[in-house]
Design a protein around this ligand. Structure first.
Ligand SMILES: Cc1ncc(COP(=O)(O)O)c(C=O)c1O
Length: 362
């Protein structure tokens, strides 16, 4: 069809993790455990659920397009001005607005080859040139990324910690990297898994720096358990935010999303438990992987990635788990054919996973 530009025709559509419903239709398995999309296995905060229940009667009204209350709250938490905060339909909503706002005809982007697939889809859909840099030992090669910067480089995308590897770059490497980034180049610092990594001493919390060319993205989808509502936020220089505000969808995020996010921020106990059980869950899994001689990538997020010798073995593992009612994420779509990602479930789900894992023979 001539109506569709070539760069859109050539795109591969985003393939999300399998849903529980997809598996139920084709199998007679009883309980199915979904460990494929890095969601919060404990669900949202009860406070968030309670507030959503109160807002149904007003759903005939449009949301507050300025997102005033939530932006105000976020600005207080980070000790910045409300003009430094933007909300979006998930952090991906803001990523999409960034790509639509800042790129001129000849501008280019740079990112790491096997990083977050959501950015890859948005970047490819822009039709702009993207320079993909190879990762090194499943980590961002920041040195190689800065070497790729040219006079057309407008956006660099970095996820820290990264998905699907769970690795992070430290303060020293981030600071060295930023020294090599010109002011005319925008750095998207995607910190979707911030809540799980912020306790690490050498983790470079982007909000403790002041770079006028960095946009920090965070989300309510992971630690706060609100992935289904689609709400995330961005923090940056007011001039970047004011231009993004002109381009974002006027009424994103929805009213229930804004209200639930406000309440989620008031429930620090829920977040604390989520982080605590995530650490316990990772320890349980690592112990088992070590016992069974399975290779994995050290993680600082709410998932862990197993490394197999080849695609065949990785694919066998994913199918074996699926036959036993556990949905994992094959990383073929991320370009890591030999890897399988496991989201950290509840302690109970991990116990079931481990029981099945013990039956697995490579
Ligand atoms: C690195 C990274 N960024 C962003 C997102 C998407 O976040 P949101 O739900 O806020 O759009 C994900 C989700 O998996 C992710 O892994």
């Amino acid at each position: 069809m001539r109506l569709v530009p070539k760069y859109i025709k050539n795109l591969s559509p985003y393939v999300p993790g399998k849903r529980i419903e997809d598996i139920k239709i084709n199998s007679n398995l009883g309980k199915i455990i979904k460990l494929s999309s890095n969601e919060n296995p404990y669900g949202p905060s009860k406070k968030a659920i309670k507030i959503i229940n109160t807002c149904f009667k007003n759903l005939h009204r449009y949301p507050d397009s300025s997102g005033f209350l939530l932006r105000k709250k976020i600005s207080k938490i980070y000790k910045v001005n409300i003009d430094n905060v933007i909300l979006g339909n998930g952090s991906e909503g803001i990523m999409s607005a960034i790509i639509r706002t800042f790129l001129n005809e000849t501008d280019e982007m740079i990112s790491s080859e096997n990083s977050f697939i959501g950015f890859r889809v948005l970047a490819n859909a822009s039709g702009k040139k993207i320079n993909w840099v190879k990762a090194k030992n499943y980590k961002y090669n920041l040195h190689a990324i800065s070497d790729k910067i040219n006079e057309n480089t407008k956006i660099i995308y970095l996820a820290n910690p990264d998905n699907p590897t769970g690795t992070y770059f430290n303060k020293l490497n981030f600071e060295k990297f930023m020294n090599n980034v010109p002011e005319r180049t925008l750095v998207i610092l995607d910190e979707a898994y911030f809540e799980f990594a912020s306790h690490l001493k050498d983790y470079p919390d982007s909000m403790s720096y002041r770079f006028d060319n960095v946009i920090t993205l965070r989300t309510f989808s992971k630690g706060y358990g609100l992935a289904g509502l689609r709400i995330g936020y961005g923090l940056a220089h007011r001039e970047l935010i004011s231009n993004l505000m002109k381009v974002k969808l006027p009424f994103e995020p929805s009213t229930p999303a804004q209200l639930a996010a406000l309440e989620a921020l008031n429930d620090s106990e829920h977040l604390r438990k989520t982080i605590k059980f995530n650490i316990i869950g990772i320890d349980m899994l690592i112990k088992q992987f070590d016992l069974l001689g399975l290779s994995y990538i050290d993680t600082s997020a709410n998932f862990i990635t197993l490394i197999f010798d080849n695609y065949k073995k990785a694919s066998y593992f994913t199918s074996f788990m699926l036959e036993n009612g556990i949905i994992l994420r094959s990383l073929k779509g991320f370009g890591l054919d030999n890897c399988v990602r496991i989201s950290i479930g509840t302690i109970n789900e991990i116990k079931i996973f481990i029981k099945i894992l013990k039956k697995y023979e490579s």
